[in-house]
Design a protein around this ligand. Sequence first.
Ligand SMILES: Nc1ncnc2c1ncn2[C@@H]1O[C@H](COP(=O)(O)OP(=O)(O)OP(=O)(O)O)[C@@H](O)[C@H]1O
Ligand SMILES: [Mg+2]
Length: 365
Amino acid sequence: MKVVLQNLTKTFPNRNKKLPDVTAVNDFTFEIPDGQLIGLLGPSGCGKSTTLNLICGLEKPTSGKIFFGEDDVTDLPPENRGVGLVFQNYALYPHMTVRQNIMFPLQNFKGKDKLPKEEMLRRVEEAARLVQIEQLLDRKPSEMSGGQQQRVAIARALVKMPRVLLLDEPLSNLDARLRLQTREEIRRIQRNTGITTIFVTHDQEEAMSISDLIVVMKDGIIQQIDKPQNVYDDPRNLFVAKFLGTPPINVYKGQVRSGWLWLGEDKVLHVSGVEDQELWVGVRPEGYIPREDGPLHCALKAVEVMGRDTSVVISHAAAVSDPLRAIISSELAPGPEAREIRFALKPNKVYLFDLDEQRLPFTAE
Ligand SMILES: Nc1ncnc2c1ncn2[C@@H]1O[C@H](COP(=O)(O)OP(=O)(O)OP(=O)(O)O)[C@@H](O)[C@H]1O
Ligand SMILES: [Mg+2]
């Protein structure tokens, strides 16, 4: 089932009348292809949960439309939309067993949709098998680990066989290892069922690893919709470039003068297709090549060997981000006594942005 958002907008009035209204979702237009897993990614307060609440019908849009396939569901109540939802703070009913928790949504089916008891039990077992908790069906939530409870919440969302599955930070309460394991499970379940899924997270690595497409948001505005690798390799603006990547991209204030990119006193790269101007320059940590005659002169602050690679912490007069970090091959790492290090830059790891933070394309020569 594809999901289409058309000029979707949600404005919340401010309680303090002197302050402007909050536009949590600002003119979203995009199509989520059938059977794909979309990651909604952005910092806290950027409108991720509001977007999900609009799609499932818990919030009414201020303007705009939502379609599931060809159906306009904008005015449909949540229970008629066929969505499964796992909330940011998933809550299981503590007095019910796992089986009863998962069965609960099915018991709410009314009229012709009502299911016989055996069919309900069969579906519960199927959903439990999908998330691998079939041996826990008789337990109460308090008798399970956080990760197991999480899977019960997912099973409860799946049991209705939803047309669309919405997951709002479903891994936020789990420790690092369980997070990794559960996100792989979500990916597996999503592939097996083929349910169009929207996965909300503020964790870029999580979004990168799990999504077919990533929607990057900031202040209720879509910044970029792209495949995970493209969002990283081809960011549309400085915000996206800074939001994706660990360690983060290094940012400098630079200039282009007569076809050369300058960082402070260093003439680092021949660039064509960019007019003379001041600009923001982003360099990914993996974009530095240590070289004795390299044009970029940096002070060396620390060397952290990480096995195959070495992370060098450096500083530079034109840098805006502090610290700067380069990831280089350990074979090329400077000795402990070095105070200075020089680099050449890999042109495809260098990004230019105008002072409005929009990407400027260039060709390096
Ligand atoms: N019911 C409401 N009334 C007024 N403002 C609201 C309401 N719900 C959300 N907001 C505001 O809308 C903006 C978006 O909120 P939303 O919950 O969608 O963010 P989010 O991206 O899910 O953040 P988080 O990562 O912290 O969960 C925020 O500025 C928030 O304060
Ligand atoms: Mg939220």
